[in-house]
Design a protein around this ligand. Structure first.
Ligand code: SAH
Length: 547
């Protein structure tokens, strides 16, 4: 059951410092020349029309544009009596001219920019296009002098309704044209000469494309969202710690459907940058818009390592990056890249820690169904299928009785400090059998996840999620002793084809080492190797691949 939601942060004094926070960048209070224009509470930063400067909101940007560049967008809009789409064309026309280096675009006639090609946004997620209502409000203020307030309010309401409808249509049209554009780009990019690219690089590039495509389907997101152990944990941490999120700039690395971004927006974040390189971002955009968060959450399509963001740093990075065996997918590499390039000093990683655990595994039923099975399938000998059967790590759900010793943590991952290099490792571990067994069938690996409220929170590497929860922290396990998650566990079967298992006694100590490394550089697949030694009775080494 989920803990009750709270408005106040129960561990507020433990939270990280506000100073140096990325949200200060958006705080205009101290910026010269902007004192007289207070940004609205739900304002959205916007890139200047004639410069790459980011302004706290559209009004401030337009004021600066009038004063510094002598260009009055609202005046031009009125002069040509531009409707919503006309104004969009005007904005995109100016932006495209400025991009070409022309800082004095010709606006002497409407025909200059009255072309449907200007409906395509020049900037990704251009906040100006999403806030054109602000322009309407500006002109409304002047109209108020002439008309009665009531009549004007009714007119404005009508106008707003119309704008909302046009805006929704425009947004959908933009999404469609953007995906068409992307497809067109993909198709039209000439294949690079084979000689310039190694086979491995091509393989990895193809695999990468497949990786992001796999995240474009509903099914995978449905599986993740319905994994309540996972999704509740993020929700509970964010909602139970609203104090940490209020007024902050958050980055959601790999936003998928946008769920974590929306949790953050609902918790009071000032701005959320939701990044994803899969087509699912289009759904995220729609979800964000339909739930009324378009002014807080900016969806950016692309790899986090390649996109241009509207802010130089963020206060909080939230991400659900965990893969099978924790590190399969190598998405953590991208999250750590984002941390090193964007997280403000003292900023918070959500989650903050994960730990990898290993335990000896015994399950003769599973071995029978997975291995012995092939010896007779519907009465046919399919033992050809047994070739390399022990080489693959298997993602499956173990039962508590399959784990015959207390597990050992072999890699703690403090997410504020760990480096990508440390994700390739060789670590020792030691476990003591809790019962007599006929033989070891292999190893069971899983991970635990912890959400500490500060980058400096004390954390014990051997922490157990259920104990941490009793202390009021948010944590979850993917191990076999609690509700199964979609990650299940990773089973490494010991190769019994040539060496029969040795019976072992309760109390016997198994000393081992485990190594993780990427299948090849840039690959998302893993090679895992375990060496183990049982009191000199059995000494073995075996490798598995997780792909
Ligand atoms: N945050 C969502 C989805 C998590 S799945 C949720 O919790 O439900 C991980 C997502 O990260 C996928 O949609 C994938 O496309 C995206 N992703 C992985 N690596 C990425 C990268 N380097 N840049 C951008 N998006 C990435």
């Amino acid at each position: 059951m989920s803990p009750p939601q709270q408005d106040a942060d129960p561990r507020a004094e433990d939270s990280y410092s506000d100073s140096d926070s990325a949200s200060d960048i958006l705080n205009t209070a101290n910026d010269e020349g902007w004192e007289d224009v207070e940004p609205e509470e739900d304002s959205q930063p916007v890139v200047g029309l004639f410069s790459a400067d980011v302004y706290p909101d559209v009004r401030v940007m337009l004021k600066e544009t009038r004063e510094r560049y002598n260009f009055d967008l609202v005046k031009v809009q009125k002069e040509f009596d531009l409707d919503f789409l006309g104004t969009i064309k005007l904005v995109n026309y100016i932006r495209s001219e400025v991009q070409k280096g022309n800082k004095s675009p010709d606006v002497s006639s409407k025909s200059v920019f009255d072309d449907d090609s200007y409906l395509k946004p020049v900037l990704d997620d251009d906040a100006l296009l999403y806030n054109l209502e602000d322009l309407a409000d500006d002109s409304a203020e002047e109209g108020n002098n002439e008309k009665t307030t009531d009549k004007r309010v009714a007119e404005l309401e009508e106008e707003l309704e119309l704008l909302r409808g046009q805006f929704a249509n425009y947004r959908l049209a933009v999404q469609t044209s953007m995906s068409e554009q992307l497809q067109a780009t993909d198709d039209s990019v000439p294949a690079k000469p084979v000689a310039t690219k190694s086979e491995a690089a091509t393989r990895i590039e193809d695999a990468d494309e497949g990786y992001f495509t796999s995240y474009s389907t509903n099914t995978i997101h449905e599986t993740m969202l319905k994994d309540a152990i996972r999704t509740d944990a993020y929700r509970d941490f964010i909602y139970d710690n609203k104090g940490l999120f209020k007024g902050k700039v958050v980055m959601d690395v790999g936003c998928g459907t946008g769920i974590l971004s929306m949790f953050c927006a609902r918790a009071g974040a000032k701005m959320v940058i939701a990044v994803d390189n899969s087509n699912i971002i289009q759904k995220a955009r729609e979800n964000v818009y339909k739930n009324g968060f378009a002014d807080v959450i900016q969806c950016v399509r692309g790899k986090i390592e390649e996109v241009t963001l509207p802010v130089p740093q963020v206060d909080i990075i939230v991400s659900e990056w965990m893969g099978y065996g924790l590190l399969y997918e190598a998405m953590l590499d991208s999250v750590l890249w984002a941390r090193d390039h964007y997280l403000a000093p003292g900023g918070l990683m959500v989650p903050s820690h994960t730990t990898l655990r290993i335990a000896p595994y015994v399950d003769s039923d599973f071995v029978d169904s997975h291995v012995t099975f092939w010896k007779s399938v519907y009465g046919f000998d399919m033992s050809s299928m047994l070739t390399n059967i022990y080489d693959e790590a298997i993602v499956t759900g173990a039962k508590p009785e399959n784990v015959v010793a207390d597990s050992a943590v072999f890699l703690p991952l403090p997410l504020h400090t760990i480096t990508v290099e440390e994700l390739t490792f060789l670590k020792n571990f030691e476990v003591t059998l809790k019962e007599d067994i006929d033989g070891l069938d292999g190893w069971n690996i899983w991970f635990d996840t912890f959400f500490m409220p500060s980058p400096t929170s004390k954390f014990n590497d051997n922490a157990i999620p259920s104990d941490m929860k009793k202390e009021g922290f948010v944590a979850f396990t993917t191990g076999p002793f609690e509700t199964e998650t979609h990650w299940q566990q990773c089973v490494l079967l010991a190769d019994h084809s040539e060496r029969k298992p040795v019976p072992l006694k309760k109390g016997q100590v198994i000393k081992g080492s485990i190594a993780y490394k990427k299948k090849e550089e840039g690959s998302r697949a893993l090679d895992i190797e375990v060496k183990w030694n049982i009191d000199g009775v059995e000494e073995r080494k075996q490798s598995w691949s997780l792909q």
